[in-house]
Design a protein. Structure first.
Length: 348
C-alpha cells in the first residue's frame, strides 16, 4: 500500500490521532455471523476453513462487507504454528484444540522451508484478501506469542492454569527457553511471510500472559516476544506490530511496551483506560487499542453506549484504535455490533 493511501489504522500505528478513531474487533470474522456459520457448515471443519485459501479469504471479508470495519484480520488460528512445527492439531466441538503434549523440543520441525510450505494456504488467503480489500482499510496478520503457544504444546491443549508449561519452565529453565526460542523463530517467520503476502501490520496474541510472577513474565513473555519483534524487524524494518499480553498486570503492561519494541499495545477489559492513555499513550508515546467488554457488547443498549462513552472520553487526544478487551462472543447480536460501529464513528 502506498504511503498516500494509508488506512486510518496505519496512521494510528504511526503515532497519529485519528477522529473518528478506527475500529475493528478481535474475532470479528466468526460464529456470531450467520454468513460464517453457513460457510462453516459446508466446510465440515474449522481446520478446513483455516487451510482453504478461498474459504479463509471469504470469511475474512465477511465482517468488512457487513459492518465496514477499518481493518480486516486474516481468518486463521494461532495453532497453525504448532502445525508448522510438525504437530497434528485437531479441533473438537465443545472441547477445543487438541495436540499431543510435548516434553522437549527435540522432535519439533526446524526447517523453515517446511514451515513455509505447510502454512502456504495462509499466505495465499492473505494475497486474496489484499487483492479484494479497499485501500482505505488495513489488512492485519497475526500469530500466537511463544509463551501462549508453549502452554498448548506442554499441555496438549488449552488449560486454565498453564500448569504443565510453568512446571517445565521451573524445572528445566534452559530446555524451556530453547522451546520458546524455537517457537519464536517459527512465529517470526510466519509474521514476516504474512507481511510479504500483503498484511499491513501484525498482532501478537499472548492470550495466557496473566498469572505470572514478575520474573516469569520477563523470561517467558517479554524476552521471547522481544526476540520475535527483532527478527521481524530484521526482515522488514518498517513492520508495524501490535502486542497483546492479555490480562497482564499494569506494571507488566508498562514493561512489555518498554522492552519488547512493539508499535502499539492492545488492552484487556480490566485495564483502566485513563491509566493506559496517560501511562502508555502519553508517557511512553505508544498507540493503544481496546478494550470494550465483549459482554457489554452482548448487553447492548445503555450499558453498551455508556461503556463506549467512557472509553472514548478516557482516550481523547491519544493515538487510539477501538476494539474489544478480548474476542467477540458467538451470541453477540448483530444489531449491537452495528450500533457500536455507529457510535464510535459518530464520536468526536
Amino acid at each position: 500500500m502506498k504511503e498516500d493511501e494509508n488506512a486510518k489504522l496505519l496512521s494510528v500505528l504511526a503515532g497519529k490521532r485519528q477522529d473518528p478513531v478506527p475500529i475493528w474487533l478481535m474475532r470479528q470474522a466468526g460464529r456470531y455471523l450467520p454468513e460464517y456459520r453457513e460457510v462453516r457448515a459446508k466446510a465440515g471443519s474449522f481446520w478446513t476453513l483455516c487451510m482453504t485459501p478461498e474459504l479463509a479469504a471469504k470469511i475474512t471479508l465477511q465482517p468488512i462487507e457487513r459492518f465496514g470495519f477499518d481493518a480486516a484480520i486474516i481468518f486463521s488460528d494461532i495453532l497453525v504454528v504448532p502445525f508448522a512445527l510438525g504437530l497434528d492439531v485437531s479441533f473438537d466441538e465443545g472441547v477445543g484444540p487438541r495436540l499431543l503434549p510435548v516434553e522437549n523440543s527435540g522432535g519439533l520441525e526446524r526447517d523453515m522451508t517446511i514451515w513455509s510450505a505447510k502454512l502456504a494456504p495462509c499466505y495465499e488467503a492473505m494475497k486474496m484478501v489484499r487483492a479484494s480489500l479497499d485501500s482505505s482499510r488495513a489488512l492485519l496478520g497475526f500469530a500466537g506469542a511463544p509463551w501462549t503457544l508453549a502452554t498448548y504444546l506442554a499441555e496438549g491443549g488449552g488449560s486454565r492454569d498453564q500448569k504443565a508449561a510453568k512446571l517445565w519452565g521451573y524445572r528445566d529453565p534452559e530446555g524451556f527457553a530453547s522451546l520458546l526460542d524455537l517457537i519464536g523463530d517459527c512465529v517470526a517467520d510466519h509474521l514476516v511471510a504474512q507481511l510479504n503476502a500483503g498484511a499491513d501490520a501484525v498482532q501478537i496474541f499472548d492470550s495466557w500472559a496473566s498469572g505470572l510472577s514478575n520474573s516469569s513474565f520477563n523470561e517467558w513473555v517479554i524476552r521471547p516476544t522481544r526476540r520475535v519483534v527483532d527478527k521481524v524487524r530484521a526482515a522488514n524494518p518498517a513492520a508495524k506490530i501490535i502486542g497483546f499480553p492479555r490480562a497482564a498486570t499494569l506494571q507488566d503492561y508498562e514493561a512489555y511496551v518498554r522492552e519488547t519494541g512493539v508499535d502499539a499495545l492492545s488492552l484487556d477489559t480490566a485495564v483502566p483506560m485513563d491509566w493506559a492513555a496517560k501511562t502508555i499513550g502519553q508517557d511512553q508515546n505508544t498507540p493503544i487499542q481496546g478494550n470494550l467488554d465483549p459482554i457489554a457488547l452482548i448487553a447492548g443498549g445503555k450499558a453498551l453506549s455508556s461503556a463506549v462513552e467512557q472509553i472514548m472520553a478516557a482516550t481523547a487526544g491519544v493515538p487510539f484504535i477501538f476494539n474489544l478487551g478480548h474476542g467477540i462472543l458467538p451470541e453477540t447480536p448483530l444489531q449491537h455490533v452495528a450500533d457500536l460501529v455507529s457510535q464510535v464513528r459518530g464520536a468526536r
